[in-house]
Unconditional design. Structure first.
Length: 269
C-alpha cells in the first residue's frame, strides 16, 4: 500500500484547510469540508475491508451507500490539519444501512466527523443529481460575506445583483447566483434539508449570520467560488454607501454573453 499521508486527496484537504485558516475564514474549530472519493483511488492507500469502527450519522443517506468521503473532524482546528492529518481528518464509507459511517482511516484520537456531516451528505446528494462531476462540499465563515449578509435584505436576487455590480469577475464565476437561508440553528437536520434544497439550484448558499456553503467538482472550484464571493463582498463593504461607479446591467449582460453564460433569471434589468 502507498503511504496515505502522501495521497493527493489528503494533501488537498491539508492545503485547503491551511489556506482557509490563514485567510481568517475559519476561526477556532469553525468550518468543515467533505470530499467524495473514488473507491479505486482510495484502494491504493487503504484496505477497504478493514473498518476501524462504525459511527452513527443521525440521518439516512441511502443514496450514498458505499460512497467514500474524506472529511474534517468535529471540534478540530483547521490550523492543525496539515501537521496532524490522521487526527483531524477521517475517511469514511456510508454503510449498507445508510445510517452509519464506516471509519476506514483517521480520527485516531477517537473523534468523528464534523457536526455538519448530515448537511454535507444531503448537499452531496442534491448536487450529484444535477452534476455528476460534483465532489466537494465546503463550509466556511468568510468575514466580509457575513458582514454583507447582515446589511443586505435576505433576497437572493438582490444579494447576487449587488455582488455582480461590484466586481466584473462575479458574474463570470457565479452566473447562477448565490442562494440565501435565513438565520437557523446550525448542526441540525432541518438546516441540512434547507441547504440541500437550495443547493440544487445554487452552487453557493449563504447561511445568514453564520457563513457560506460552496460546492464543486474540484477543491479549486469550490474554494474559488467562495474566494470570489468573499473578495467581492469585501469590495462592497469597503465602499458601502459611497460607491459612485457600479457595473451597469448592460455590462454584466455583455460579460455573460462574452463567456457564453446564462445569468440567474430575474436579477438584471
Amino acid at each position: 500500500m502507498k503511504d496515505i499521508i502522501n495521497a493527493p486527496f489528503v494533501r488537498e484537504m491539508c492545503e485547503a484547510t491551511a489556506n482557509m485558516y490563514r485567510l481568517g475564514w475559519d476561526e477556532r474549530n469553525g468550518g468543515n469540508i467533505s470530499y467524495l472519493l473514488e473507491e479505486k483511488e482510495v484502494s491504493e492507500y487503504l484496505d477497504l475491508k478493514r473498518v476501524l469502527r462504525k459511527i452513527p450519522t443521525s440521518f439516512s443517506a441511502e443514496k450514498l451507500i458505499g460512497r467514500i468521503f474524506i472529511v474534517t473532524g468535529t471540534g478540530k482546528y483547521f490550523k492543525n490539519v496539515e501537521k496532524d492529518p490522521e487526527t483531524n481528518l477521517g475517511i469514511v464509507r456510508i454503510g449498507t444501512d445508510g445510517t452509519t459511517a464506516e471509519l476506514l482511516w483517521g480520527f485516531k484520537d477517537g473523534g468523528k466527523f464534523t457536526s455538519e456531516f448530515p448537511t454535507h451528505m444531503m448537499s452531496h446528494i442534491s448536487r450529484l443529481e444535477v452534476d455528476k462531476k460534483h465532489r466537494i462540499v465546503m463550509h466556511t465563515h468568510p468575514t466580509y460575506t457575513i458582514a454583507m449578509n447582515t446589511v443586505c435584505p435576505l433576497d437572493e436576487k438582490d444579494f447576487t445583483h449587488k455582488l455582480w455590480q461590484s466586481n466584473t469577475e462575479a458574474v463570470i464565476v457565479f452566473p447562477d447566483g448565490v442562494g440565501i437561508l435565513p438565520c437557523m440553528i446550525c448542526g441540525t437536520n432541518e438546516i441540512g434539508i434547507a441547504t440541500a434544497e437550495k443547493i440544487k439550484k445554487f452552487r453557493l448558499v449563504v447561511w445568514t449570520n453564520h457563513g457560506i456553503y460552496g460546492t464543486g467538482a474540484t477543491m479549486d472550484e469550490a474554494f474559488g467560488l467562495i474566494e470570489t464571493v468573499e473578495k467581492t463582498a469585501q469590495i462592497y463593504m469597503l465602499t458601502l454607501g459611497k460607491a459612485i461607479n457600479i457595473i451597469p446591467d448592460d455590462i454584466i449582460k455583455g460579460l455573460a454573453k462574452l463567456w457564453n453564460l446564462t445569468p440567474l433569471e430575474g436579477v438584471l434589468k
